[in-house]
Design a protein around this ligand. Structure first.
Ligand code: PRP
Length: 182
């Protein structure tokens, strides 16, 4: 870790090297699982952006990309109950295979809401690929098909994850110092 973020990051949880291994591993599995299928990657803005781009580069299949935007954290550090939709896809997913991509599953309220909506759109399949999974945070039972890394219930930033909209550009995932948000 460089010392650029020493004032906010307590420790590196997922390094750049590990992220590269994760995207390579998941890209390979997804390339096998979706071979011969019409694949649409749907990134969940904003947090999914860096992961989606690196993942896509490791998928060796033709694919479409689109994005949705939901909101659940509202700039704070824990999920609120309401999930709002700010942006929807314009891709017709009828009979196509939708792979949602997100940075983290925590309570699973967001993904549950998104799945409810996508189920009415006639996709051939709908799955989720998430970089991080925080099973301790679950409020709704949910297990993603493709998971980069299971992590403890700590407040993390970087590689898409923000604190008050900052730090999404860190090249690694780091744990925020307690004194920063408590
Ligand atoms: C975060 C994250 C997931 C969701 C996970 O998004 O990117 O989409 O929360 O939380 P949950 O499992 O508890 O529902 P957020 O709404 O903060 O938006 P962002 O991606 O723009 O940061």
């Amino acid at each position: 870790m460089t010392d650029r973020y020493d004032d906010i990051v307590k420790k590196v949880l997922v390094s750049e090297e590990e992220i590269a291994e994760i995207t390579k591993r998941l890209g390979k599995i997804i390339s096998t699982d979706y071979a011969g299928k019409e694949l649409v990657l749907v990134g969940m803005l904003k947090g999914a952006m860096p992961f989606m781009m690196d993942l896509a580069k490791n998928i060796t299949l033709p694919l479409e990309m689109d994005f949705i935007q939901t909101s659940s954290y509202h700039g704070g550090t824990s999920s609120s109950t309401a999930v709002m939709f700010k942006k929807d896809i314009d891709t017709n997913v009828l009979d196509k295979h939708v792979l949602l991509v997100d940075d983290v599953v925590d309570t699973a309220k967001t993904i549950t809401k998104v799945l409810e909506i996508f189920k009415g759109r006639g996709a051939a399949s709908i799955e989720l690929c998430c970089l991080l999974d925080k099973p301790e945070g679950r409020v709704v039972p949910y297990e993603a098909k493709y998971v980069g890394k299971v992590i403890p219930n700590e407040f993390v930033i970087g590689y898409g994850l923000d604190y008050n909209e900052l730090y999404r550009n860190l090249p690694y995932v780091g744990v925020v110092k307690d004194e920063v948000y408590k």
